[in-house]
Design a protein around this ligand. Structure first.
Ligand SMILES: Cc1ncc(COP(=O)(O)O)c(C=O)c1O
Length: 406
């Protein structure tokens, strides 16, 4: 290039920086789902599409369900069909609640608040206990509520993705078992990234999906039920108010995939299966530890910046961090500025849409991705005149350096 000659920079129509094309397939998604999908999973997805009645697919589906049972930690049954996390929530309610049944709905944010409407549509009677102060639910307080009423079921989100708040499902499960109440757990934002133990924790039915902690593309509903509930399904002599989501009908399919209830998302089953292979190759304990350390590094960076984390101590999820937005920070601009660096974070959700922003950290995220996120956030905050109080990168580095992640 001759001296003084000006380079004609072509700007992308979507964006005001010239390297957006360079970033287009290199984006770091720190979103609370869908999350980054590893190329191994993409390759599994790219196989020729198979019919659900094809012998090869049937064998794959059977082994995938076995791996899912191991991930949910149940001796009961696992289900996988086309759908999403919302469908998982609805299927849990519609398969357990009869008209007039009282359901304790424990709400720690937007997603768990939807159980109430689902119970009403099943003609049940929801009793909502809402807590939006950054604390999740623990066993003792739930026991007090259960003792006072005659609940058929408790519905709760393990991790509430809008607030980044986690609840103590193990303790609540003990209460549910002791008082003979069914426990319905939304593990949409925990399964595959945080420990979920259906049998040990006394969970009756647990719902999740493919696109979050498991790190596969969106499109699958994942459900697990314990042995007692399998027996109930077998004996059930009434119809439930959903045909597609009727678990008794799906039981015929998961036990013998030659049976038909609805066309399976065959390519996605291959993707979920490969994700499960990778999860078990990493090892569940290692995987949960990786999520814990990365979450702690991100929280340390946020604290160093002077911003406030929504979840109170002891209730922080290891999959998503919701951050209070100071009045002087434009969160739309924050998201668009950090996107220019190739990092995507999420806006607030539900009632906190305009007062928070969220960082998802689940799936295939590595320590180096984490450092890229933290340094990009620090740079963006500085550029926006919201100077971090302390060095965010140093805070994250200290957590990573003192961890066993190496
Ligand atoms: C805790 C929780 N439950 C349910 C859902 C709904 O899942 P989906 O968007 O896949 O329907 C979400 C989605 O983010 C979630 O985070």
């Amino acid at each position: 290039m001759g001296a003084g000659r000006r380079i004609n920079i072509k700007k992308n129509s979507q964006s005001n920086h010239w390297w957006s094309e360079l970033l287009s397939e290199k984006i770091l998604f720190f979103t609370p789902g869908p999350t980054y999908v590893h190329p191994r999973i993409l390759r599994a997805l790219s196989r020729p599409v198979e019919p659900h009645s094809y012998r090869g697919f049937i064998e794959k589906y059977k082994v995938t369900l076995q791996k899912l049972k191991a991930l949910f930690k149940t001796e009961g049954e696992a289900f996988l069909f086309a759908g999403s996390g919302t469908l998982a929530q609805e299927v849990m309610i519609l398969n357990t609640i009869k008209p007039g049944d009282r359901v304790l709905c424990l709400v720690s944010g937007f997603f768990s608040s939807r159980f109430k409407d689902m119970v009403l549509r099943a003609k049940g009677v929801p009793k909502v206990v809402e807590r939006l102060d950054g604390r999740g639910f623990m066993g003792k307080e739930v026991e007090k509520l259960v003792k006072r009423d005659n609940f058929k079921a408790i519905a709760i989100a393990h991790v509430e993705t809008s607030t980044g708040v986690a609840s103590y499902i193990d303790e609540i499960g003990e209460v549910a078992l002791k008082h003979g109440v069914k426990l319905l757990v939304d593990a949409v934002a925990s399964l595959g990234a945080m420990d979920v133990r259906v049998d040990k924790w006394g969970i009756t039915i647990c719902g999740s999906c493919s696109q979050k902690g498991i790190g596969a593309p969106p499109g699958c509903t994942l459900i697990a039920v314990n042995k007692q509930f399998v027996e109930e399904l077998e004996k059930r002599d009434h119809d439930v108010p959903t045909f597609y989501g009727d678990l008794k009908m799906w039981l015929n399919v998961v036990r013998d995939p030659e049976n038909y209830h609805s066309t399976q998302p065959t390519s996605l089953v291959y993707a979920v299966d490969e994700a499960l292979n990778m999860i078990f190759e990493e090892g569940l304990e290692n995987r949960f530890k990786r999520h814990e350390v990365i979450a702690e590094a991100i929280r340390a960076a946020i604290r160093a910046s002077g911003l406030r984390i929504f979840a109170k101590k002891g209730f922080e999820a290891n999959t998503v961090t919701t951050v209070h937005k100071p009045d002087n920070l434009d969160s739309v601009k924050l998201r668009s500025e950090i996107e220019c660096l190739g990092v995507v974070i999420a806006r607030g959700s539900g009632p906190f849409r305009y007062t928070t922003f969220r960082i998802g950290h689940m799936g295939w995220i590595t320590p180096s991705d984490t450092l890229a996120l933290v340094s990009s956030l620090q740079l963006t905050l500085r550029r926006m005149g919201c100077n971090p109080k302390r060095d965010m990168v140093k805070a994250a580095l200290e957590v990573l350096a003192s961890s066993t992640l190496r």
